[in-house]
Write a protein that binds this ligand. Structure first.
Ligand SMILES: Nc1ncnc2c1ncn2[C@@H]1O[C@H](COP(=O)(O)OP(=O)(O)OP(=O)(O)O)[C@@H](O)[C@H]1O
Ligand SMILES: [Mg+2]
Length: 339
């Protein structure tokens, strides 16, 4: 019997995140994701270390008197040396504090995105919505990524992170609803009708903010808080909580209230709000939405707010860490088909 060959389709989707960079492409009926930590770690440059890194096939780059290990392996090295990794992005954009950020981003992009299938293959990459609570320059960030992707042979196009969530999760609702991505550096929200954004915005409180606030309240390190958060946090648990769990629970509530309040205000500011005949769905995604009980917490907070729009079901994205890359891929596949 002839073996069925699954072909990889043209077009890629890229989620540019503060904690992870993730690329999606379609092979047959499956979507393949490649992810790397958006992080780096510097070590002293010695001939011995360099040989060791090369021999063990660790991804690193050399700059000045330093060697930089990038991506997932940066975390391994940071753990070995009990230090923190550094991040090229902060609060969703290229970090103004990290002078070394750009070459690191380029290496991580190459690892995750790979070569184009043909010169000019379309890649949609996620960008944050307009920040409501910070003043930063999206144009610079956006153009830096466009430049790297073009250099790699792609035709880059942008998609707002919240809209990507809608593309990924709300096909059955004709791409109408509210998509929220709870990430590390930001929360991105978009309200779209029939795939057209009515508004999108970002807020700079998210997973990192929770880690920092809990750390401050308990005189802990943010990375220790983060480990507990990712490994054991259960927001349905009411009894026998440790100090860290109690503080995490408090800041989760605070974050959700902040997001819901801002969605309400943004809707009230909208000049021509859409007239919808059906209640609209809300879809939650991103790593910060992963703990057990997150959706119940969200619904509880939402119930208390006098929301100006009739909301139908609230659901979790099928794969919360992948929905932005998947949504960007949906846009890229559609563009490639209509080329
Ligand atoms: N199981 C988990 N429970 C709680 N938090 C988690 C879990 N898994 C990941 N996270 C948190 O989710 C965040 C990363 O999520 P995500 O990958 O959606 O962010 P990002 O896209 O890289 O960042 P951003 O969109 O803000 O630029 C981190 O703060 C991480 O600690
Ligand atoms: Mg994200």
């Amino acid at each position: 019997m002839a073996k069925r060959v699954s072909t990889v389709q043209k077009g890629k989707g890229l989620d540019v995140g503060t904690a992870f960079i993730c690329c999606a492409e379609k092979k047959g009926d499956d979507i393949i994701f490649r992810t790397q930590r958006d992080a780096f770690f510097d070590i002293e440059h010695t001939d011995f270390t360099k040989q060791m890194l090369t021999k063990t096939k660790v991804n690193y780059i050399e700059r000045g008197d330093k060697l930089y290990v990038v991506g997932d392996e940066a975390i391994k090295f940071a753990n070995i040396f009990s230090k923190e990794t550094r991040r090229p992005l902060s609060q969703g954009i290229v970090s103004p504090q990290e002078k070394e950020a750009l070459p690191m981003v380029e290496v991580i992009l190459k690892m995750v995105v790979g070569k184009p299938k043909y010169q000019g293959e379309i890649i949609y990459y996620s960008i944050p919505g307009e920040p409501l609570d910070a003043d930063f320059n999206l144009v610079y960030h956006q153009n830096i990524f466009a430049g790297f992707l073009k250099k790699m042979g792609y035709q880059p196009k942008t998609i707002q992170e919240g809209l990507a969530v809608i593309f990924s999760e709300l096909a059955d609702e004709d791409f109408t609803g509210i998509g929220i991505s709870f990430g590390a550096g930001m929360v991105n929200t978009c309200l779209a009708c029939m795939s057209v954004p009515v508004f999108s915005f970002s807020l700079t409180k998210a997973g990192d903010w929770i880690d920092q606030q809990v750390a401050k309240a308990l005189a802990e390190t943010a990375s220790r808080v983060c480990v507990t958060k990712e490994a054991v946090l259960d927001l349905t648990k009411e009894k026998g909580l440790t100090k860290i769990e109690t503080a995490l629970s408090i800041y989760y509530n605070n974050l959700i209230e902040y997001v819901v309040e801002n969605i309400k205000e943004e809707f009230e500011r909208t000049k021509n709000p859409p007239q919808l005949d059906k209640p609209i769905p809300i879809v939650l995604s991103g790593g910060t939405a992963c703990p057990k009980g997150f959706i119940e917490r969200f619904k509880e907070v939402f119930k208390k707010v006098d929301f100006p729009l009739k909301v139908g079901k609230v659901k979790m994205a099928t794969e919360p860490l992948y929905s932005v890359a998947k949504g960007a891929l949906v846009a890229a596949l559609s563009d490639e088909e209509n080329k």
